[in-house]
Write a protein of this length. Structure first.
Length: 219
């Protein structure tokens, strides 16, 4: 009896990228492919069937790639699933260091080099056992995550401001591309802001619970 092909879960909120990845993985690699559009959908898919490997974008609505990997590493049953990060936004050295800290196995920048991706997948899937990633504490994760989000938000705000200043100076032929870029950056800024708000709330709740514990101990 033939063995079932290895199962890879791809997580990205851009339909064209999901389609590209599914086609490449199925026809170039012969893998079974599952798809999810954000981290929450990915966790649900993983509960239904544990994948041999996860490929995920970072900047996504509802739950991004950083939070997804943190959740996977917290649970013993998913701690050793190899994860490849793909990103066009979080590509600074500090972003990549944070990705390693929380347990990402590999990091590939977008636009996607399919040959590099297929080679990386092949290398990870033939390894008998990946080095187990010790999960970091929630508070440590959220503190560092907040730093990454704040820096990225500042960058997006500056990028949007530069584009807005240029719009009145460009030709009509150029305007459509500029406006599409402006729209994309604005949507990304808003997503980052939502994630930052959530992280700020989590940190505030944690600090409040610590203060209550200290008060109870003192009492």
């Amino acid at each position: 009896m033939n063995e079932q092909p290895q199962y890879i879960l791809v997580v990205d909120d851009i339909p064209n990228i999901l389609e590209l990845m599914e086609t490449a993985l199925k026809f170039k690699g012969g893998y079974r492919v599952g798809k999810a559009v954000n981290g929450l959908d990915a966790l649900e898919a993983i509960r239904r069937e544990k994948p041999d490997l996860v490929i995920t974008d970072i900047l996504m609505p509802k739950m991004d790639g950083f939070s997804l990997v943190h959740q996977l590493r917290l649970a013993p049953e998913t701690r050793n699933i190899p994860v490849i990060f793909l990103s066009a936004t979080y590509i600074a050295p500090e972003d990549k260091n944070f990705a390693v800290l929380i347990g990402a196995t590999r990091f590939i920048e977008k636009p996607i080099d399919i040959d590099l991706l297929m080679k990386t997948i092949g290398e990870l899937l033939v390894q008998e056992k990946l080095e187990e990633t010790k999960p970091i504490r929630d508070f440590e994760f959220y503190e560092e995550y907040r730093k990454r989000l704040k820096i990225k938000l500042e960058q997006k705000v500056k990028q949007i401001a530069r584009t807005e200043r240029l719009v009145p100076t460009i030709t009509e032929d150029e305007k459509k591309a500029f406006l599409l870029s402006l729209q994309a950056n604005t949507e990304e800024r808003d997503e980052i802001q939502l994630h930052l708000n959530e992280v700020e709330d989590r940190i505030a709740a944690w600090k409040k619970s610590q203060e209550q514990k200290s008060g109870d101990s003192a009492g």
